[in-house]
Design a protein. Structure first.
Length: 59
């Protein structure tokens, strides 16, 4: 669990369980989207290297 989950940046007012879960869900979705973006870049790089290897084999 990340240390900042459950901490409120806006003062000492309590955060409900639902509020914490919604915050956690937003964070996890952001992490997933970031990882998907990174993975797409890695897959594109792999495809490019495989394409270059295929061109060298054909030459």
């Amino acid at each position: 669990m990340f240390p900042f989950w459950g901490y409120n940046c806006y003062g000492n007012e309590g955060v409900s369980r639902r509020g914490r879960l919604e915050q956690k869900l937003r964070f996890l979705k952001w992490m997933r989207d970031d990882l998907e973006t990174r993975l797409a870049g890695i897959n594109a790089a792999i495809d490019k290297v495989e394409q270059q290897l295929g061109q060298e084999d054909a030459a």
